[in-house]
Design a protein around this ligand. Structure first.
Ligand SMILES: Nc1ncnc2c1ncn2[C@@H]1O[C@H](COP(=O)(O)OP(=O)(O)OP(=O)(O)O)[C@@H](O)[C@H]1O
Ligand SMILES: [Mg+2]
Length: 245
């Protein structure tokens, strides 16, 4: 579905991502792991048009989308969550989803000149799925941290992406919330979504991902089944002494 070929990004002298080849199959859950600063978020940023790559190619279902701006990437069905939660704190939970839904319909030219569109049923169903329906009129900034994470996911879902890149969705969550997240990710797969899961909670990745790719210093150092990657000596070495608590 998504293919990265020799994807590269340099920030000045920093090789954030270097010659990464990566394939994400339709409807799979791909885990993307690696120590801090290994290039995981940069890959999401390159795919979703936050900044253009220094080299390489990104294709979605065979279509070259390299360097496309965010609204065009959204229009072809790629959504993402942010590692550092980015919500509209002064808007309600419901409004955060509505904004995302509008962004998608505008990007796809579906708003047909109208200022706003709204699919209330889809927003409510999405809030229900993320267990936020009873919070729909609360300001985003007043939610508990785990709820804000859930809202990040809900907002991404409101734009109805086929491919979701989740950048540390479990960061800061407690064990119960992580368990809910795990079930939600599996349910999304059941609904046909394709998911790239970036996480430092390795046990979560190992339990939900079908395949795992490992980055270190911007390069892919291993790829395979969760069991294969876990036993890989290069992976253990990359994480030794560098694992975040
Ligand atoms: N906008 C930027 N400008 C300059 N350097 C950047 C920028 N974004 C990332 N980097 C650098 O690129 C490298 C990869 O960063 P990236 O955020 O992709 O890592 P990561 O794997 O997501 O790490 P973490 O697990 O801590 O989130 C790091 O050295 C980082 O400092
Ligand atoms: Mg990151």
């Amino acid at each position: 579905m998504l293919e990265l070929e020799r994807l590269t990004k340099n920030f000045g002298g920093v090789r954030a991502v270097h010659q990464v080849d990566l394939r994400v199959d339709e409807n799979e859950i791909l885990g993307l792991i690696g120590p801090n600063g290994s290039g995981k978020s940069t890959i999401v940023n390159l795919v979703t048009g936050v900044f253009p790559p220094s080299g390489g190619r990104v294709t979605l279902r065979g279509r070259d989308i390299t360097g496309w701006p965010p609204h065009r990437v959204l229009a072809v069905g790629i959504g993402r969550t942010f590692q550092n939660i980015r919500l509209f704190g002064g808007l309600t939970v419901w409004q955060n989803l509505w904004v995302a839904q509008n962004a998608r319909s505008r990007a796809n030219g579906r708003s047909r000149g109208r200022w706003f569109t709204v699919d209330r049923a889809h927003i409510e169903a999405t809030l229900d799925f993320c267990r936020l329906l009873d919070k729909k009129d609360e300001l985003a900034r007043n939610l508990a941290f785990g709820e804000q994470r859930a809202l990040e996911l809900a907002r991404t879902l409101a734009a109805e992406p086929d491919l979701m890149m989740l950048d540390e969705p479990a960061a800061g969550m407690n064990a119960g919330e992580i368990e809910d997240l795990r079930e939600r990710i599996l349910a999304l797969k059941g609904r046909g979504k394709t998911i790239v899961l970036i996480e430092h909670h390795i046990d979560l990745v190992m339990r939900v991902a079908e395949r795992v790719a490992v980055l270190n210093f911007g390069e892919k150092i291993a790829e395979g089944s969760p069991a294969f990657v876990q036993e890989h000596p290069g992976v253990q070495e990359a994480y030794l002494g560098r694992r975040r608590g």
